[in-house]
Design a protein around this ligand. Structure first.
Ligand SMILES: Nc1nc2c(ncn2[C@@H]2O[C@H](COP(=O)(O)OP(=O)(O)OP(=O)(O)O)[C@@H](O)[C@H]2O)c(=O)[nH]1
Length: 315
């Protein structure tokens, strides 16, 4: 304010603009237009400080921050266009014979331009390095997440993966859980070998993937056990779907040397909703699965025992 009323007004106006933009950006979904607007506004402020000299020629010191601001607000590509424009126009104005420009000496004007350019190149380089490192870290973290949540043999979610998926989805409405186990899988392995057993597991996983769509979940719960979770589908529709998959799987003929082999599975179905804890429902599905095994295998058991689940959940 000490005799610099115009400078004061300009700086005060820009504070107002920056605060307004910051307020709007907090509410905006797409922040890019506002960032570009802010970058352009700050470019004009920088020009003003450079060309007017600010307070006793100290305006130029503040212009160096434009290199960082352009990269932050406009990104390396658009920021480079803005900086290119800034450097070219500034060079013409401070090196030319313009009376409205602060009186920089020729060597000083050259140093302002070259040091601004050098600073921008350094900041741009560090930004490219940062972007590269971020991409590598994101990819590594994504790979770790995938490995932690996926069964390597079948490509389905593993036990951890389905727990994470259930937590993310939440149980907003009633959902149905199916526990499914291949029958006499030990003898399949013993008679035809572990590789053959693996092939059966992969074939069943593919059949499940083909039949369980949308937001419903399919996981390899462990060994030869699979866990499915269905949303937005009734228990009777789930039961019919599982029976259909069961029949399709039983009709697949696997070949080993000259032998033609068919394999079956058994399943237990249980329903849960927002008041049910996860473990009691898994336990109920598991109990029904073993009922199915006890009934001679190649069966699906899906009684509606909602009351029992609710009681178990409360315990
Ligand atoms: N090939 C293969 N076998 C596996 C894998 N994981 C577990 N198994 C085998 O699955 C078999 C499971 O056997 P059991 O738990 O006795 O069950 P089962 O023979 O299917 O008998 P029921 O469940 O009563 O029908 C064991 O022999 C395990 O070695 C796997 O990734 N690959």
């Amino acid at each position: 304010m000490q005799g610099r009323f115009v400078l004061f007004c300009v700086l005060f106006l820009f504070i107002g603009i920056v605060l307004t933009v910051a307020f709007i950006v907090r509410k905006a979904i797409n922040t890019q237009p506002m960032s570009l607007f802010l970058a352009s506004t700050l470019l004009f402020l920088t020009w003003y400080l450079l060309l007017s000299g600010g307070a006793e020629g100290s305006g130029v010191y503040w212009t160096y921050s434009i290199s960082m601001l352009m990269v932050l607000l406009a990104g390396p590509k658009v920021g480079s266009i803005y900086m290119g424009l800034y450097l070219v126009i500034s060079s013409v104005l401070i090196l030319g014979p313009f009376t409205f420009v602060y009186n920089y000496s020729h060597p000083e004007a050259i140093r302002i331009i070259t040091s601004s350019f050098a600073l921008y190149v350094l900041i741009l380089t560090s930004e490219w390095i940062r972007i590269g490192s971020y991409a590598v870290i994101s990819e590594t973290s994504e790979n770790h997440r995938y490995l932690a949540n996926t069964d390597p043999l079948t490509g389905l979610l593993n036990r951890n993966g389905i727990m994470v998926a259930l937590k993310e989805k939440g149980i907003q409405q009633s959902a149905i859980m199916v526990m499914l186990d291949i029958d006499c899988f030990k003898s399949v392995n013993d008679n035809y070998g572990h590789d053959f057993g693996d092939m059966v597991l992969m074939r069943l996983a593919k059949l499940l993937k083909d039949n369980v769509k949308g937001g419903d979940l399919t996981a390899r719960w462990g060994g030869e056990e699979f866990l499915l979770v269905f949303y937005d589908i009734s228990i009777s529709a789930t039961e019919s779907l599982i029976r259909k998959i069961k029949d399709e799987f039983a009709n697949i003929i696997f070949h080993h040397n000259d032998a033609a082999i068919s394999v079956t599975f058994s399943a237990g179905v249980a329903i849960f909703n927002e008041i049910s804890a996860f473990e009691p429902v898994v336990k109920l599905a598991d109990e029904r699965l073993y009922q199915a095994k006890a009934m001679g295998r190649n069966q699906v058991v899906a009684d509606e025992l909602q009351l029992v689940i609710m009681q178990e959940a409360q315990v």
